[in-house]
Design a protein around this ligand. Structure first.
Ligand code: FE2
Length: 275
């Protein structure tokens, strides 16, 4: 077991990360991050040599240069109108059959297989939580499909992160943020940026992608899924939070729920959903 300290742009977050011998991470804020996903595989390893390593790095370079606060706000406004297409959940799942996630160094299955495996694994682990099975199934990656705008992969998939404040060093391929215009904007480049301590993730603009899109679809369609489902869908690609406990200073209600226990399992489920 080893311990490390997180560092947020030179400011200590105060969060200890304890690596257990089984590969799991125990963040002293209460999150326990499993070393394996629901299929017994380790989570994305960006350091491991693989055929896709170079293309994944190239993906994140494009993503980190172009995901700015103004870009994400505009996309949210545009897609928040939900005027693209109307279809059932299953029709939507079938549309994903032709896409492979370019941000994932390990996964080269069509997305429909991935989301069915995820939902089934969650059903195995939580057989009585039917809302969770559906939550694990639904995915906004249809943004890649021409019917939904045919967006490029860099603004649909991959890890998400807050915009309007400093980019945390724990974000994968952090070095490419040097080329992001927001990194040179004095209003956005400080730890707190345009936010206030404890403002809540609801008030934070995240990088644009399928998490936020699916959340908008759920919200505007007045889903009856519980608030935990909203959190999972909206933040399941927020790996800097899941894996490193970063940006906790932006959280409020989420922290309280974590200390009561429910949020801890939700956090783990975000990771089990993993993409
Ligand atoms: Fe996803």
């Amino acid at each position: 077991m080893s311990e490390t300290n997180n560092n947020i742009n030179g400011v200590e977050s105060g969060e200890r990360v304890i690596e257990e011998s089984n590969g799991s991470l125990n963040l002293d804020g209460g999150f326990v991050v499993p070393g394996m996903n629901a299929f017994g595989l380790s989570f994305r390893d960006y350091e491991k040599e693989s055929e896709r390593k170079a293309s994944v790095e190239d993906f994140y370079r494009t993503n980190h240069i172009n995901q700015t606060y103004n870009f994400a706000k505009k996309k949210k406004e545009e897609y928040g109108k939900l005027n693209r297409m109307e279809m059932s959940i299953w029709e939507c799942c079938e549309l994903l059959n032709e896409f492979i996630d370019e941000s994932d160094p390990d996964l080269d299955e069509p997305q429909i297989e991935h989301l069915l495996q995820t939902a089934e694994a969650i059903r195995r682990d939580y057989p009585d939580e039917d809302w969770l099975h559906l939550t694990a199934l639904i995915h906004g990656k249809v943004l890649l499909h021409p019917s939904f705008g045919g967006e490029p992969q860099w603004c649909v998939v991959g890890d998400t992160f807050p915009l309007g404040c400093a980019f945390d060093p724990s974000i994968v391929h952090h070095q490419y943020f040097e080329e992001n215009p927001d990194d040179r904007n004095p209003a956005y480049r400080t730890r707190i940026g345009i936010y206030s301590d404890g403002c809540g993730l609801d008030n934070v603009t995240m990088s644009w992608g399928h998490d936020e899109y699916m959340y908008l679809v759920m919200k505007e369609n007045k889903t009856t899924l519980p608030p935990e489902a909203h959190f999972i869908v909206r933040f399941h690609s927020f790996y800097a939070m899941h894996r490193a406990g970063a940006y906790k200073y932006l959280m409020n209600e989420e922290i309280r729920r974590c200390s009561s226990g429910s949020m801890c399992s939700t956090n783990m489920i975000c990771i089990a959903k993993a993409r």
